[in-house]
Every structure is written in C-alpha cells, then in structure tokens.
Design a protein around this ligand. Structure first.
Ligand code: PRT
Ligand code: ZN
Length: 709
C-alpha cells in the first residue's frame, strides 16, 4: 500500500480559497463539502487536514502533518523547525508598523519609549532589537488597528494588504518589517517515500505557477523599429513577427512574464509600438514546463479504463449468440440498434442501390483513396526468395492469405467508410478467400451507403447487418447466416474491444489490442501554430477519450497553438467531444528536439507528426510510433484517408511492440524446404549430434535411416 502525504491547510480564512484552488489547478480533487477536518484527495495520495493557520507550523514540525500551506508571517512568528520549500504566489501581504496619521511619531526613531500593539510580538521584537529601538510591545490577539484610538498603544504592528483597514482607522504605514506570502512548508525528516510524493506535488505546483505568470503579448510595430522592439521584449527566445496588411507594419507576438511586461511597456510605446494587447492565458490544455526526466513516466500515462464490470455483460451476449445464433443476433439488434430485422444479410439490390445515393464527388474521392491505398499495400507483397543455406538444402517462405476474415465497421457517431478501405483492400491483396463485413443497421434497417459502396468497390460482397458484441460473437462462432472466421479486424467501442479480447482467449485471432486514438506533435520554432492546432483538433474530435500531446521547444509555438486551438475549436461541429479530449491532453515544453524525440519514443504514439526544420533527419531517431507524418505539409488526416498508408494503428503504447495493419496482418507465412540426398548427407551429422544430445533418438533415426540407403 502506498503511503499518503499529509498536508495541513487553513480551515477557513484568507488562505483557504487560494490553497484549495492551487490543489485543484494541480489536478488534485479535494472535496470538502461537509466541512470535514480530514479529507482524502480523490486522485493523489494526499490527505488534507484543515487547521487554524497559527497551528500549522507546529503540526508540521511535529510530523502530525508532513507538509503545509501557510503564510510566511506565521512561520516567522511561530519560530518552529520546518523547511520552507516553495513560495505559492497567493496570500501576499506585509507586516508593517503603522502610526496615527496625525501625531507625534514621524520616524522609526520616534518609537523609542512608545507602546506598540501587535499580534506578532516575536517578529516585532526581533525588528526593534535590530534597529536598537526601545519600545514596549503590547500583545493583543485581534482588532489591533483600534489600539491607538482607545489609548492602548501609540503605534501598531499588523498585516496589511490593500491598506484600506489602516486608512479607515486613520493610520498610516511607517515601516514594513516583513513581506509575506503563502508558502509550502515541510517536515525536516520526511521518509524517502514521502519526499518522493512531495517532489511530485512540487513539480505540479511549479508548472501551475509558471503558467500563471506568463502573458501572451500582441503588438503592432513599424518595420523600421522592429529590431529595437524585439530587443526590448525580454525573456523570449524569439518573438514571432507577421506582416500586417498595412504596408510598413508588422504584428509581434511574444510571451513574457507579467513582471517584465510592466517594466518594458513604456519603452515599447516610446519605440512606436501600437495596439499593445496583453492577454491572459486561459488554459484548456495542461501545460507542463521543462519537466525532469524522472517525471516523464507521469506525463506518458494514458487515462486508465476500467473494464471489469463490462466483461460480464459482454460475456453474456457472446454466450447467447454462440448458443442461439441468428435469433440472438436479431434480438440484440432490436434491443441495441432499435430495429427488427427479417434478414441479417445485405441484399445485392441494397449494395447496388447505394451507388446511386452517393454524390459523384464522394465516389471520386473514395476511388482515388482506394487507388493509393491499393498501390501502397501491393508493394507489401513479398516475393518468394529461395535460399540455399548449404549445397542441396533449399528453404523458402510463402505468404498465404488467412482463409476467412471478418471486418467490423462501427456505426454510431461517424460512419467509418474509410476503415472499410483500410481493411478490405489489404485483405483482398493478401488473397483471403472469404472476407465478410459486419456493421450495425440504422433504425430503419439500412446501412450507410458509403460503407456499402466502399465495400463493394473493394470486392467485399458478404455484408451483414450486425453491430457491437453480437457482431463479434457471430463472426467468432458462426450463425446460420453469418459465417465463422479465423481473424477479426476493426475498431469499436469499449464493448466491441472487450468482446474481441474475450474471443481471442478462445482461439480467434484479432488485429491488435485497441484503445483510444492519439496523436503526438513535435514542433520547433519553425512549426506553424495554425497547422499544429488543426492537427491536434483533428485527433481530439475522434472521441472524448482521445489524447493529443504537443512537445515543443518554443514557448511562442506553445502559446500560439493554444490560441489557435481556441479559435478553431469554435468552428467545429464536434466541439464538445474535442473539448473533452483536450482536457486529457498536454503541451510539454522541452529544452531540445532530441529530448522531445526521447519522450515521444517513450510514449510510443499512434500518430507522430514532426513539425521541425530537420524533420526528415529526425525520422532516423524514431523508435516507437504507429505512423509518422513529416514536415509542415503532412497532416495526419491525409494518412487517415487517402495517401496510401493504413490508418489502423497501435494505440495505448502498443506501438512499442506492434505494427499497424498491413497486408502482413492478413497472411500467414508458411516455410518450405527441400533437400537433395547430398544435402542431407552434408547436414546429417549435425542433426544427429543434436538429437542425440537432447535424448530424442527417433529424430536421429529419421536422418540415419535415410543415410544408410
Ligand atoms: O488563525 P485562523 O486560521 O483562525 O485565522 P487568522 O485570522 O489568523 O487568519 P486570516 O484568515 O485572517 O489570515 C490568514 C493568513 O492570510 C495570514 O496569516 C497571512 O499570511 C495571510 N494574509 C494575507 C492576511 C492578509 N493578507 C490580511 N490583510 N492576513 C490578515 N490580513 C488582515 C490584517 O490583519 C488586517 O486586519 O486584513 C486586514 C488588513 O487588510 P487590508 O486589505 O485592509 O490592508
Ligand atoms: Zn484521425
């Protein structure tokens, strides 16, 4: 069992919201709806203790809590043995000495011999000692600011943030003795395991902080002042400069830290910059800045899907179809697809009719895609190569199409007729004798005409109206109308995937383990953000569980891509799906393209896009990926549909050990050998030696008996 990291945060008060928001921004869910004093985080081994802020340093010192969020002012005042790990950027205030606006005290030296009211006696006495001032400290626990009015003290020492409390009490700040913000503190003797958890949390906190501090800046500049303006913009390696329609002007895009921005704005204006826009970065995608290699495992994690409960339901359907055949398929089609079918088989007439239902443009497109896919897959046919390993010993290998294969094409939100091409074409080229196709009918009992057209074009004539688990079951076991096959191909939802996994245990082959679709883009500063955004969205629209990842060395590309995503997203009909997918997705800033390649190889993406100046050279370094798209003009969509490569690719990290679908997936490779008598004589001794040593005398004899003749 993993240990929990225990964190103390303020129960209620000024630091509560900031603390909870920070945890949330770090992706840690802590719901404290019932005002509980101890809450377990849902998705991080973290237990949250809600305490009075004054008590937090002591709890952490005594290891009741391992870490805490607390104001620096409290740490100083309580003087406990804890480590300050990281400033958190909220709860900012200062501890100041304040005096009545009108009165005898004008300078710090005037405090000699006076009485100062405070709830921070330790911090104040330390300060007074340092300054050699002899004043009396009057400790009070609240409403310090009224002390001068009621004659309790001549000055106060209290926390100030906006200053309005002082103002309304006719007080004014004389001296700041301490600046404070919320910090992360930790116990001094954390176990290695807890230290490790703290490092993970800290990694997230730093990423959140950095992302907040950066601002996206747009400005217009006259071309003759560009050099000067670009020099002024701090922090960024290279601002992006785009020409404007108005001649002589350019637009400059840059990302700079908030603090820097305010310092340079004046000199930018002085140099002729106009229309300066400072945009807040609202992040839709998680941005991870320069992660440590040891944190990469966390980055490459795919969302995990629970399918234990699913398996039982799926198994039931499989068994019913195995038992009852067509009757069960019809029943489930009625239940799940909402249509009562007389016949499961698609008729000749329906197939022919599909052609007239499609616009000519679409038919032309399908034909061109088919032609390219065919060309590329034909090149995968291996010639028979007879090898003479020794004189008189010939060996060769021949690919033979798997006799019976089944193709599953899902219905649902998108009719994937492109998948028909991607599976039927290699099956035909491989020489599979029987190719059947199952796809769910719509409510009126029809099949999408594009699916029928594509199947017919490829030469697939046996098409059945069956979807989901019942279709997989029918192809695995055979029914009265649907023949049993040896291998099943095709994508599907979690139920279809679970069904394929279960029938695999019964000796039916499947194409590959399937998971949600993914793309990873590696981009340097030469990448075009509009293109990158479009590629990421083209993946995101596949499904809410899709994953998209951008690895880049350029902060500008990261920022602008993010902006373009927001713009382009609004135009998409599948916006909601894409938005959900983006929530699982990441932009990662890295030091070098080599580092990006290493991370990509570790992730093993289904699709990899290289938007880098030396993209072609980089391909040498790719070890794990399903399909690679090189340069700014090779979008993934082209490979999805029409360039020629197959779009059925390994997901979920399987690209580390699996290939995508190809003609190879539809064949078995049979080896042959033929020896002459001389060949056998030459190798005989070797075989007999080995057989005897393994104690397999009959093996030895099969050679010996021939050599005696
Ligand atoms: O101890 P407990 O949890 O019960 O509450 P608390 O009253 O000690 O804490 P709380 O919630 O007031 O403050 C918690 C922490 O917030 C402090 O320890 C600081 O680190 C931080 N913080 C930041 C502040 C302020 N800003 C602040 N302005 N804490 C208190 N104030 C008070 C100040 O004491 C004064 O009364 O706000 C008033 C002044 O505010 P302005 O904006 O008018 O200047
Ligand atoms: Zn796609």
């Amino acid at each position: 069992m993993t240990e929990n990291l225990k964190i103390a945060v303020q129960k209620k008060g000024r630091l509560y919201d900031g603390s909870m928001t920070l945890l949330k921004e770090c992706g840690i869910d802590v719901s404290n709806g019932n005002n509980q004093l101890r809450v377990q985080a849902a998705n991080f081994p973290l237990e949250v203790f809600f305490l009075r802020d004054d008590d937090i340093p002591e709890y952490v010192q005594d290891a009741v809590a391992d870490i805490g969020f607390v104001g620096e002012n409290v740490i100083v005042e309580k003087n406990k043995q804890v480590t300050s790990v990281e400033k958190l950027g909220f709860g900012k205030c200062r501890l100041s000495i304040a005096i009545p606006k009108t009165g005898a005290i004008k300078t710090v030296a005037d405090l000699n011999g006076k009485k100062i009211a405070t709830s921070y006696p330790l911090a104040l006495s330390t300060y007074l000692k340092e300054k050699n001032i002899n004043a009396t400290i009057q400790e009070i626990s609240g409403s310090v600011e009224i002390a001068p009015k009621i004659g309790l003290a001549e000055a106060i020492c209290d926390l100030v943030s906006s200053g309005s409390t002082l103002f309304s009490n006719e007080l004014t700040e004389l001296e700041t003795i301490l600046k404070s913000e919320a910090v992360l503190i930790s116990n001094k003797n954390l176990s290695a395991e807890k230290q490790n958890l703290l490092d993970k949390l800290l990694f997230r906190i730093k990423a959140v902080k950095k992302a907040k501090n950066n601002k996206y800046v747009l400005l217009n500049a006259p071309n003759d002042k560009l050099d000067a303006i670009v020099k002024i913009l701090p922090g960024m390696k290279s601002p992006t400069i785009l020409p404007l329609a108005e001649s002589g002007w350019s637009s400059v895009h840059s990302v700079i830290s908030e603090n820097d921005f305010w310092e340079v704005i004046e000199s930018l204006k002085a140099n002729g910059a106009q229309g300066i826009l400072r945009l807040k970065r609202i992040m839709m995608i998680k941005v991870i800045q320069h992660p440590d290699r040891k944190d990469w495992q966390e980055i490459i994690k795919r969302p995990v899907f629970e399918n234990v409960s699913l398996e039982k339901a799926v198994k039931k359907i499989l068994d019913k179809v195995k038992d009852k055949g067509d009757k069960a398929v019809r029943k489930y089609t009625k239940d799940f697809d909402g249509v009562k079918l007389k016949k499961l088989t698609v008729s000749e007439k329906e197939i022919k009719g599909a052609e007239s239902l499609l616009p000519q443009e679409l038919k032309d497109a399908i034909q061109q895609a088919k032609s390219n896919i065919e060309k590329f897959h034909r090149s995968q046919i291996e010639e028979i190569n007879v090898v003479e390993t020794m004189p008189g010993i010939k060996c060769w290998r021949r690919s033979v199409g798997i006799e019976k294969v089944g193709i599953y094409i899902p219905g649902g939100s998108a009719p994937l007729f492109s998948t028909v091409l991607m599976l039927a074409i290699p099956a035909v080229i491989a020489g599979c004798k029987k190719i059947i196709l199952c796809t769910p009918p719509s409510k009126d009992g029809s099949i999408n005409p594009a699916i029928l057209y594509a199947a017919n074009l490829c030469g697939v004539k046996k098409i059945f109206k069956a979807g989901g688990v019942q279709a997989i079951a029918a192809m695995a076991y055979g029914t009265e109308s649907i023949p049993k096959v040896f291998k099943i191909f095709g994508p599907g939802n979690q139920y279809v995937t679970a069904a394929k996994q279960l029938i695999q245990k019964e000796g039916i082959a499947i194409d590959m383990p399937a998971g949600p679709s993914e793309v990873l883009v590696i981009a340097d500063e030469t990448a075009v953000p509009e293109f990158v955004a479009a590629d990421l969205l083209s993946q995101a629209e596949h499904g809410a569980d899709s994953q998209v990842i951008l690895l880049t060395t350029s902060e500008v590309v990261a920022e602008k891509t993010h902006m373009c995503i927001k713009e382009q997203l609004n135009e998409l009909p599948r916006k909601e799906i894409a938005e959900k997918a983006l929530a699982n997705s990441k932009i990662v800033l890295l030091e070098s393209i080599d580092e990006a390649i290493d991370l990509s190889n570790l992730y093993a993406p289904e699709h990899l896009i290289l938007s880098c100046s030396n993209a072609e050279e980089l391909t040498e370094k790719i070890i794990s990926a399903g399909s690679v798209f090189i340069g700014n003009y090779s979008p993934e969509s082209v490979g999805d549909y029409a360039s020629g490569t197959n779009h059925t690719l390994p997901t979920n990290g399987y690209a580390a050990m699996y290939s995508g679908v190809s003609v190879d997936s539809f064949v078995k490779k049979i080896t042959f050998q033929q020896l002459t008598k001389e060949g056998l004589t030459d190798i005989g001794n070797t075989v007999m030696q080995m057989a005897e040593s393994e104690g397999l005398d009959a093996h030895k004899n099969a050679v010996a008996i021939r050599l005696k003749k």
